[in-house]
Design a protein around this ligand. Structure first.
Ligand code: UD1
Length: 365
């Protein structure tokens, strides 16, 4: 039987959790020749290397694009990725999520006539001030196989007149990583290292430009954290972008002065998962964390006005709080002991298997 060459792309932190289960699945099939490209959009140890190690991602071609203004970054990635494609000539390129690397690599592949598979297709916040929304929409428009995580994705793609034969509802690949890592995460002694106890701390992450790139929202966030810290300990693994802005806009010292807040570097996946499992609640503006907390049944308060992942609200544990401090404090002070939620359909740890089967069928046909 003819071999299939599949080239997958990672670029930034949330991509590693989405690509690892696929690479593992590809390795099980002799017919598949799998190549991985790392664009280097995130490049530091805590935002990249640790995940390669923990998730056993293995060898890759490094484009070393590094940081930069988005358009410059996309341009750099496109130039370097084109050279790789001309040399490797894969049958299919797999891109995941919504980062600049996703769009850049999808564009180059489509321009060379190579089939593109987009994992996590169809998510829409309908908020074009988010760079990710533009990345999602354009990547979907030029992809041949659109792998969807939740029902809203199916509707969004149909509303954009994407033909049904390109759309596949396969479930959530991030949950594959979570399911396969949960045992190892439970063995971690992260809580005792940080000196916190089960269900007695809140876990915080922040990095979205709308929250960390201006003084008004940072000042609001620091104020609300002061109030929350009076009720419970906060563990805050600080994203480099947020630290940079907190320092530049003069809020870093204010934040550090809050009693009861433990600030750490960004954590590895297993340590972070360990902290999510036992948190009293999670406060975040991340995309992926809304989904992981839904699966784990941990209350999640999202500091955004919209989400591209509505199933985490309708079925899961997520509540959008935007910048409504009163709402957040009142929700935190009357947290139920047990939160009702349904695990969304096909969030079952088998998404990589379904995607691989579809790609193999497509390449044979
Ligand atoms: C978001 C952006 C994406 C951007 C990225 C930057 C959206 C919808 N997308 O993705 O375009 O490039 O942020 O980081 O907002 N985790 C750790 N250690 C930590 C914190 C989180 O391992 O200290 C894990 C979480 O368990 C999860 C993943 O990292 O698996 C989430 O990464 P995050 O950076 O929050 O990504 P998103 O918000 O999904």
């Amino acid at each position: 039987m003819k071999k299939i060459k599949i080239l997958s792309v990672v670029g930034a932190r949330p991509n590693f959790m989405k690509i690892a289960p696929l690479l593992r699945e590809f390795r099980k099939h002799k017919r598949i020749e799998s190549v991985l490209v790392h664009t280097g959009q995130h490049y530091s140890c805590s935002m990249s290397d640790i995940f390669i190690k923990e998730l056993k991602i293995g060898r890759h071609i490094a484009l070393k694009a590094g940081p930069g203004e988005p358009i410059e970054q996309v341009k750099k990635i496109m130039g370097r990725f084109r050279k790789v494609l001309v040399k490797e000539r894969p049958d299919i390129v797999v891109v995941v999520g919504d980062v600049n690397s996703t769009l850049a690599c999808a564009l180059v592949s489509a321009s060379l006539g190579i089939k593109v598979a987009h994992v996590e297709a169809g998510l829409r916040s309908f908020d074009f001030s988010m760079p990710e929304e533009i990345n999602r929409k354009f990547t979907d428009a030029i992809s041949d196989y659109l792998f969807v995580t939740e029902p809203s994705g199916l509707k969004n793609l149909r509303d954009e007149a994407i033909p049904d034969e390109r759309i596949f509802f396969v479930g959530n690949i991030m949950i594959d990583s979570l399911v396969s890592s949960i045992k190892a995460a439970r063995k971690k002694n992260t809580l005792s290292l940080l000196g916190v106890k089960r269900r007695e701390y809140a876990l915080l992450t922040l990095h979205r430009p709308s929250n960390v790139d201006n003084a008004n929202s940072l000042s609001r966030i620091v104020n609300i954290l002061k109030k929350i810290a009076k009720m419970t300990t906060i563990v805050y693994p600080a994203h480099p972008r947020a630290v940079k802005m907190l320092k530049a806009l003069g809020y870093w010292e204010n934040l550090k002065r809050i009693n009861n807040i433990i600030i750490t570097r960004p954590l590895g996946y297993l340590d972070f998962l360990r902290l999510m499992i036992d948190a009293k609640f999670v406060l975040t503006d991340s995309g992926g964390i809304q989904e992981e907390t839904t699966y784990l049944g941990i209350p999640c308060f999202t500091i955004r006005k919209n989400t591209e992942r509505p199933v985490t609200i309708t079925q899961g544990t997520n509540t959008l709080v935007g910048d409504n401090q009163k709402l957040l404090i009142s929700l935190i002070s009357r947290l139920p002991r047990r939160i009702k939620r349904k695990i969304p359909k096909l969030w079952d740890g088998k998404t990589a298997r379904r995607i691989t089967a579809i790609l193999m069928r497509a390449a044979s046909g």
